[in-house]
Ligand binder design. Sequence first.
Ligand SMILES: C[C@](O)(CO)[C@H](O)COP(=O)(O)OP(=O)(O)OC[C@H]1O[C@@H](n2ccc(N)nc2=O)[C@H](O)[C@@H]1O
Ligand SMILES: Nc1ncnc2c1ncn2[C@@H]1O[C@H](COP(=O)(O)OP(=O)(O)OP(=O)(O)O)[C@@H](O)[C@H]1O
Length: 293
Amino acid sequence: MGFIVTEGMEFISGWGGKWPAPAKLNLMLRITGRREDGYHLLQTVFQMLDLCDWLAFRPVADGSVSLLSPIPGVPEQEDLTVRAANLLKLHTGCEAGVCIEIEKKLPMGGGLGGGSSDAATTLVVLNRLWGLRLPKQELMALGLRLGADVPVFVFGHAAWGEGVGEELQPIMLPEQWFVIIKPDCHVNTKEIFCSEGLTRDSKVIKMSDFLAGEESNDCTEEVCKMYPRVRDAMNALSVYAGARLTGTGACVFAQFPSKEEAEVVFQALKNEWLVFLAKGLNESPLYKKLEQE
Ligand SMILES: C[C@](O)(CO)[C@H](O)COP(=O)(O)OP(=O)(O)OC[C@H]1O[C@@H](n2ccc(N)nc2=O)[C@H](O)[C@@H]1O
Ligand SMILES: Nc1ncnc2c1ncn2[C@@H]1O[C@H](COP(=O)(O)OP(=O)(O)OP(=O)(O)O)[C@@H](O)[C@H]1O
């Protein structure tokens, strides 16, 4: 059941070939308050991974936005890539059209931010393809309208995040290796943020506290209580190294200084769990590719 990251395969001949939409991990997640609209104030640390969805964009003449093959369970017009493209058209008055293909590699509902990253890649690539020249800050603000995790993927760098996750400062982190278990359950982010027992009054800390080892995730206890399979995954990974939850789950992860050390744990878990081996990245592969175009 294990899954080693491999390069995406060629699938359609879209503009610029295929574009990465990397996963993220929340290396720490503190909930420090709640806004009047119900959204939670967070302190978090985002790092991208070399584990990606792959997207292709084919210009179409009739001004429509469509998906070549919608993701099962997600209606085409609700897909975050379609919503991102339509939002960009509405915001700029651009009359161009696009057909999008998604090669889905990231598990959904896993706290790896796949849908958000797909949306961010769509905003960044179409901004270039359609010659819109919107600055990054404006794309991030548009992205926030699609979800709290979209801005960091537009930002494109490992980041210290505050607000609802949209106030971002770049951070340089060691590019370690991660073993990530995706338990066979789908955690609903909204359900976790609505749950009674969630810690919402964590002390505000500084970036230096995180760097000194403060790496907790305030959602862990509640998610493990509501989703026993997440607790099982934490226990399975804890045998080898400190296990943490990303976002609101369901994925749990442990970090290792070398690929070799991570590989040993990956091999030990892969028969029983859906497990990924991935490298932490400070710079998003999306921008690396954009620079090459
Ligand atoms: C848990 C994280 O993944 C950490 O990075 C994000 O905060 C969640 O980001 P996301 O999946 O893009 O979430 P959204 O689609 O914006 O929000 C889903 C639901 O989660 C709740 N939500 C989300 C983010 C936040 N800071 N406070 C919240 O209370 C809201 O009820 C919202 O309706
Ligand atoms: N392109 C897309 N890819 C994945 N999910 C999408 C997409 N478009 C819409 N969705 C919806 O978004 C939901 C959340 O998917 P996603 O993969 O982003 O979860 P997640 O990793 O838990 O996100 P987060 O870490 O941001 O909470 C899915 O269950 C699906 O209904």
